[in-house]
Design a protein around this ligand. Structure first.
Ligand code: ADP
Ligand code: MG
Length: 186
C-alpha cells in the first residue's frame, strides 16, 4: 500500500503539490482547535507530500508558536520553533529544519494540536507513514486529548490500513477537496 501510494504521488507535478497544500490552508485555519492553539507541532513537507510551507507560514504569521521536527539519526524527532522562512536550514534527508535551538524530544508534548504527514489513513484513524516510525514515536509523547491531524491527498483516506501495536492513530484528516474529516479516536 505504501509503495503504491508513493508511486502515485511521484506522478504529481510540483504545481499539483502546491495547489493541494494551498487548498489545505483555509479549512485548517478555520478549525476552532487550531484557532485556539497557542502551540502547534507541524512539519515541513518534502518530496511529493502536500506542500505545508504556506500552512506553516500562515500559522506563524497569525501568532501561533509553531514547532517543526528535526530528524535524528535513529529516526526519532526533536523539535524547534519556526521563526519564519529564513529561519530554516537544510537538515537530514533533504528536509528543511528549524535553525533555532532544539527544544528536545518532549517539546511535542506541549503542542495543543499536532499536524502529521501520512501516506494513508483509514476510517478508524489508523495511519500509514513512510516506514520510519518517526511520528509514531513523537505521538507516543502526546496526550490522548490532543487533536492529531494528518494531511493527505483526496484518495488517501482508505477503508483499512494495517497496524501494529506501536502505531498511533490520528483524530482527523485534511484533504484538498474534502477539507477536514474527523475520525473516531480509538
Ligand atoms: N514508539 C516507538 N519506539 C521505538 N521504535 C518505534 C516506535 N514506533 C515505531 N518504531 C519503529 O519504527 C518502525 C517503523 O514503524 P511503522 O509504523 O512501520 O512506520 P510508519 O509509521 O512510518 O509507517 C517500527 O518497526 C519500529 O521499529
Ligand atoms: Mg506507524
Amino acid at each position: 500500500m505504501r509503495g503504491r501510494i508513493l508511486a502515485s504521488r511521484a506522478g504529481l507535478s510540483a504545481s499539483a503539490r502546491e495547489e493541494a497544500g494551498r487548498s489545505l490552508v483555509h479549512p485548517l485555519l478555520e478549525l476552532p482547535e487550531l484557532g485556539m492553539a497557542g502551540t502547534v507541532a507541524c512539519y515541513y513537507s518534502i518530496g511529493a507530500e502536500p506542500d505545508t510551507r504556506r500552512l506553516v507560514y500562515a500559522l506563524w504569521k497569525r501568532g501561533t508558536y509553531v514547532l517543526l521536527p528535526l530528524l535524528l539519526p535513529d529516526g526519532d524527532l526533536e523539535w524547534a520553533s519556526y521563526e519564519g522562512p529564513d529561519s530554516l536550514v537544510p537538515g537530514a534527508r533533504g528536509c528543511m529544519e528549524p535553525g533555532e535551538p532544539t527544544r528536545g524530544l518532549d517539546a511535542v508534548a506541549r503542542a495543543d494540536v499536532v499536524i502529521v504527514p501520512a501516506v494513508a489513513v483509514d476510517r478508524n484513524g489508523n495511519r500509514l507513514g513512510r516506514g520510519g516510525g518517526s511520528f509514531d514515536r513523537a505521538l507516543a509523547r502526546v496526550g490522548p486529548l490532543i487533536p492529531v491531524i494528518a494531511l493527505l491527498y483526496d484518495d488517501e483516506l482508505v477503508d483499512d490500513v494495517p497496524t501494529e501495536p506501536h502505531d498511533r492513530p490520528v483524530t482527523a484528516v485534511a484533504r484538498p477537496t474534502h477539507g477536514i474529516t474527523p475520525l473516531p479516536a480509538r
